[in-house]
Design a protein around this ligand. Structure first.
Ligand code: TYD
Ligand code: MG
Length: 449
């Protein structure tokens, strides 16, 4: 017999309490405890010695049934998923409102010829989705659509249609009839995800679940949600019309890959050559501009750094930085002052990474130094030069990881010289000349001799 009991569940962290309190004892948020009915099943299966023996296996001794991966028509999605969607897996896609989650998955459904896809939306009407589908390219005869919020309808539709792929837009609108709390509550989200996981495994269909995020950037709902699912993807926009898709969890592949799209009037278009986007002054000699190969996941991406140093007319000089950590800029300015003798105390300094991109990779330090020095001396950097190295407080230039791949991308785009740490292992390519520098003073001497 199932026993029912009233408990209080925190809508932020999922903490369960027997008594209501204003503040959650676990995550210390106010007014997050909600009344819920807890159903306890009595008489669960008890393991006996005979049935447990059958479930113990030696790893590696089993027949290797290769996982079935469905390669999607979206090259960027394949890249982040590690080669395609694994049958029977549950993929959570999170991101800010309006970022393009629904567009991404509707587009996938339209382009994926030969697969039966069910798009289950609790957010938009048939009319709205039809209008959007008309703007996107691709027509799939086997793409089905339902507007509903009931989990039972979804389950019945999956049993009826037997789709290969299901899209649920969004988990916050889905509702299980037997769970009393409202859609979007911790209990509903957890129970619906649990039921979906089981259904996906039983029916061997892959399920994409869209999840809203909170203002702190986490997927709304219980923390356990991300532990339950197989893959967690985040859709993000550190750039104007560019969208980045990254995985923070992947049971079937790495989490280092990044997919890049551009949002256009006709939906999301994969960006195959991201380096081309972020470099403005290609092949020109400009003062205060330096190029650096950074990494987005495992992909080298060339970015351009612009610096402007000018006479300050106020007591405290301005330091403004876009896309680069301002504390790190202050450190690099101090290094230039101390080790290269540049007088920056009465100068305004502006630093900008073109394309609106934010970079957290210290390997661009050397390019920042080069751009700053170029603006200070009012002398351009020779055409075809790129810089890759981390700069330390003593002015030394440190090696960066994957220098060979970075140099490869630079040479592919026609750059001739890569300045890097003299301590890094040799970058031997016949297309690009590698110039090792020990410290920032040596770099400044070399480029502005
Ligand atoms: P949407 O997929 O609805 O976002 P989410 O589901 O993450 O909330 O994305 C909507 C945004 O994308 C909207 O602001 C308009 C824009 N958009 C385009 O620029 N081009 C297009 O072809 C489409 C379909 C949307
Ligand atoms: Mg949406």
């Amino acid at each position: 017999m199932a026993k029912q009991k009233v408990i209080y569940v925190c809508s932020n962290c999922g903490y369960k309490a027997v008594k209501w309190a204003g503040k959650c004892p676990s995550c210390e948020q106010w007014n997050t405890l909600e009344e819920t009915l807890e159903v306890k099943k009595s008489g669960g299966a008890v393991a006996t010695q005979t049935n447990v023996a059958n479930s113990i296996h030696k790893l590696g001794s089993l027949d290797q049934t290769a996982e079935v991966r469905l390669s999607t028509p979206d090259s960027e999605l394949n890249r982040v998923l590690g080669g395609g969607v694994v049958s029977g897996s549950l993929i959570l896609v999170g991101g800010k409102p309006g970022i393009g989650k629904s567009t991404l998955l509707l587009q996938l459904g339209l382009l994926w010829q030969g697969k039966r896809i069910l798009y289950f939306s609790g957010e938009e009407s048939l009319n709205q989705v039809n209008l959007r589908a008309a703007r996107l390219s691709g027509r799939n005869q086997e793409l089905y659509f339902i507007t509903d919020t009931s989990y039972e309808t979804l389950e019945a539709a999956i049993k009826e249609l037997e789709p290969d792929v299901v899209v649920v837009d969004s988990i916050q609108t889905l509702q299980l009839a037997q769970v009393e709390s409202s859609p979007g509550s911790v209990v509903q989200i957890r129970e619906c995800t649990n039921a979906l996981m089981q259904l996906a495994k039983q029916r061997n269909c892959s399920v994409f679940v869209i999840g809203h995020i909170t203002k702190d950037g986490f997927i709304a709902g219980p923390k356990v949600l991300e532990h339950m699912v197989d893959v967690v993807l985040y859709f993000d926009d550190s750039h104007l019309s560019y969208r980045f898709i990254k995985s923070t969890k992947n049971r079937f592949g790495t989490t280092t890959e990044v997919g890049i799209y551009e949002m256009t009037g006709m939906g999301l278009v994969p960006v195959e050559n991201p380096s081309n986007i972020f470099i403005d002054s290609f092949g020109q000699e400009s003062v205060g501009v330096a190029v650096s190969p950074t990494l987005e996941g495992m992909r080298p991406l060339l970015i351009e750094i612009q610096a402007l140093i000018s006479q300050s007319f106020y007591g405290t000089p301005q330091r403004t930085s876009n896309g680069f950590d301002s504390k790190r800029l202050a450190m690099l300015l101090a290094v230039l002052e101390k080790h290269c003798g540049l007088k920056l105390g009465q100068r305004d300094v502006f630093l900008n990474i073109t394309g609106g991109i934010k970079i957290n990779d210290p390997s661009i330090d050397l390019a920042v130094i080069a751009a700053l020095a170029s603006s200070y001396f009012d002398a351009p950097i020779a055409k075809g030069s790129v810089f890759s190295g981390e700069v330390g407080l003593t002015g030394e230039v440190r090696p960066v990881r994957m220098l060979r791949e970075r140099a490869g991308e630079c040479s592919r785009l026609g750059f001739k010289y890569i300045y890097h740490s003299s301590r890094s292992s040799e970058v031997k390519t016949n297309q690009i000349n590698a110039v090792g520098v020990e410290n920032v003073a040596a770099l400044v001497r070399k480029i502005f001799k």
